[in-house]
Design a protein around this ligand. Structure first.
Ligand code: CDT
Length: 344
């Protein structure tokens, strides 16, 4: 029997700074119910799906030393528990409808043994009984740490979130192997490969991507192209489904990419959002299709050459330039003749 997951990608339009959690949860519930009506087993929401994308503002006054001073507004964007009072309705409805979901939010942990509370950009995977079965914290945190007034808007993710200490796990869920990644993670091939090496069959990725990239505006017209480029390549090169879900549209004056897409292990887009607002797209994803790629062109055990890749993770590994340096010619001629022994 073929293994298949009917997945819904629940794109969100903008969330206002003054929009309450309850109002946002009502929007999520509408999308969850639409997914259930369509027969989805899993509905995937974007990164930071409960609030506006608050890293666009410098919200504390700790200066270059890091978060400090009055953090009242900043802290209001984080969840200190999950389910929270406001999100409980989503968990209850998921259970009633027997639809799993994946939700992105800002997480503020309880104090650890050193009394430190950690801030993460987090995804939870919730099963069809409404129980959290897996948590993922964003690995690649983009943007900057300090207030940069020259920008039209900030991207202070590196101030407001720590890098995940946990990495990329793959989970047995919905009859398949499911992984998660968040926004900037999707641009890095290692994200997909680390999960690919664990046999992942479906990667869930939420994103908030401003169309204006201040450090290099020449990339602005390429945002949509790069978005699909990286997710399609990640899917194909690892023989996995990828579900990329946007919070798009103009949020607090900042235009963000939509282009939510469900991508097959062939790298082909099988469903794509047509709006920049709240929209559910869905697809039947045949998980056994992954094998066609995992067992042929991308048979990792047969064809990969890990010994050749050590520079990726081993900082002590010799660079290619060092280990493959051309021997110096025996005779150096100043007439440009490179035919001497040792020359190419
Ligand atoms: N949310 C997020 O990770 N956004 C980044 C924006 C570019 S870096 C400032 C992204 O990779 O889409």
């Amino acid at each position: 029997m073929t293994r298949s997951v009917h997945v819904g990608a629940a794109q969100l339009g903008p969330i206002g700074r003054d929009e309450s959690r309850d109002e946002v949860v009502q929007r999520l519930l509408r999308l969850l119910r639409r997914g259930a009506q369509n027969g989805c087993e899993l509905v995937v929401f974007p990164e930071l799906a409960l609030t506006t994308f608050f890293p666009r503002w410098y919200l504390d006054d700790g200066g270059d030393a890091g978060i400090g001073g009055d953090t009242t507004e900043l802290d209001s964007y984080y969840e200190v528990e999950m389910p929270s009072i406001a999100t409980q309705a989503l968990f209850d409805e998921a259970k009633r409808l027997a639809v799993g979901f994946c939700l992105g939010y800002a997480e503020l942990t309880p104090p650890d043994t050193d009394g430190i509370r950690h801030r993460y950009n987090t995804y939870v995977l919730v099963d069809r009984q409404g129980e959290i079965t897996a948590k993922y914290r964003k690995v690649h945190i983009p943007g900057h740490e300090s207030h940069e007034p020259w920008r039209q808007f900030q991207h202070l993710e590196r101030r407001y979130f720590e890098e995940s200490p946990d990495g990329f796990a793959v989970h047995d869920a919905l009859g398949g192997k499911i992984g998660m990644a968040i926004c900037n993670d999707r641009r890095w091939p290692e994200t997909y490969r680390v999960m690919g090496l664990q046999g992942v069959e479906m990667i869930l990725i939420g994103y908030n991507t401003p169309l204006n990239y201040a450090p290099d505006p020449s990339q602005n017209p390429l945002q949509a192209f790069h978005n699909h480029l990286v997710m399609q390549a990640g899917a194909y090169q690892n023989g996995t489904w990828v579900v990329g879900v946007a919070k798009g549209g103009v949020e607090e004056g900042v235009e963000a990419l939509a282009q939510t897409a469900i991508i097959a292990p062939s790298g082909q887009i099988v469903a794509q959002a047509t709006t920049i607002g709240d929209e559910l797209i869905d697809a039947h994803c045949d998980l056994d299709m992954c094998e066609r790629y995992k067992k042929t062109l991308f048979d990792f055990d047969r064809y990969r050459r890990p010994a050749m890749y050590s520079v990726i993770t081993d900082p002590t590994s010799k660079s290619l330039a060092d280990s493959h340096a051309r021997p110096k010619p025996v005779f150096d001629h100043d007439d440009g003749d490179t035919s001497a022994e040792g020359a190419p």
